[in-house]
Design a protein around this ligand. Sequence first.
Ligand SMILES: Nc1nc2c(c(=O)[nH]1)N[C@H]1C(S)=C(S)[C@@H](COP(=O)(O)O)O[C@H]1N2
Ligand SMILES: [Mo]
Length: 409
Amino acid sequence: MSLSDQYPSNTDVQAEPIQLSRRRLLLGSAGAMASVSLLGFSPLTRAEEPKTLPDYVKWKNANEVIVHSANTIETERGAIGSGVVTPSDKLYVRNNLPAPNEQIVADRDAWKVSIKGVNNPKTLTIADLKDMGIETVTTVLQCSGNGRAFFEHGPGGTQWGTGAAGCIVWTGVRLRDVVEKLGGVKAGMNYITSTGGESLPAGLDPKTIQVERSVPTRALDQALLAWEMNDDPMPLAHGGPLRMVMPGYYGVNNVKYVEQVAFTEDQSEAKIQTSGYRIRPIGDKGAPGQPSMWEMPVKSWVTAPLSNTNKGRNMIHGVAFGGINAVAKVDVSIDGGKTWKQARFLGPDMGRYAWRPFVLATDLSPGEYRIVSRATDSEGNTQPPNRTENERGYGNASWKDHGVSVTVG
Ligand SMILES: Nc1nc2c(c(=O)[nH]1)N[C@H]1C(S)=C(S)[C@@H](COP(=O)(O)O)O[C@H]1N2
Ligand SMILES: [Mo]
């Protein structure tokens, strides 16, 4: 079996190796069986619908997540309720490569990250970072493919519904504070390029599989090098010991196990940047000229009720966020978008990059309802009715797609 069977990289990086392996496995390919066991679980359990949590996320709440594969785990839509912050044990997981060994979180303060493209480049430990400043930021972490399941052309990859997203409290040091201590960003740098610390198999060009993402340097205003998530040391599954947090940007830019942060003139040459995570027409291949999955737009969805409910007073719950902007308001419709009522935000406002749970109290008589929500951000941008069709099924913010059909009895 060749290495490229284990780490397929022929199309987009984001076509998950495990998903592909599993499909091949069902077709009975011996090569796929070897590749699945390489990733740490037995081919037999993989042939059934995966329900059990893999070891590195055994601590997750099995009843509130959907295990798509060992590397793709989704939060149940109804698990959020009126949650201001998503508990870590319900948060989705998305790994492009198998998570590194637990050993990397054994001595957290010793983890090293190289800072390049500054006037005094330096390799720093987490202990050094802790001397440079501390900040807490709450952000929505959302995969580019969240809402892919609603696309009708059947884009490959994990069929995420609403649950490849959560709202997380991160603690670390502002990247800006680190950069200032290292003499500032070198002149002429246009991107912040973060490199993930997964160990890569020998014999494959690292560019084809390495998680290395570039975002425009404007993200330096809010970027955080984080060592804590929801008041705990960063879990391995979520990038511990150190993770880049890019508030307002899609999940993929929040590089886990970050071992290098470079200010660069050009974007990374890694496949995940050049052709992966690009919006393009259905049927087209990824290419550098296409829009990259960077800043997130405004979005919302209902979290309750989801299918059946009793007549009378009902609380329609959901979550709304503005992505790169703050969320300003959210309207709810129980007739599929013909008439709207403004919902009320619940609980504390955790800041521009957080989501806000919302509620609308409504009296429902027996019948069939199509319940939808439509959020507006601080700049007046409102969720569109329809998704933008695109090959990979990215960036779905359609309010129609995210509606729910509810029977009231
Ligand atoms: N090093 C590294 N960072 C990564 C990834 C990865 O596979 N490796 N996956 C990215 C993607 S596509 C997403 S959506 C988020 C998922 O973060 P989570 O697993 O903590 O929910 O991490 C991003 N950062
Ligand atoms: Mo993602």
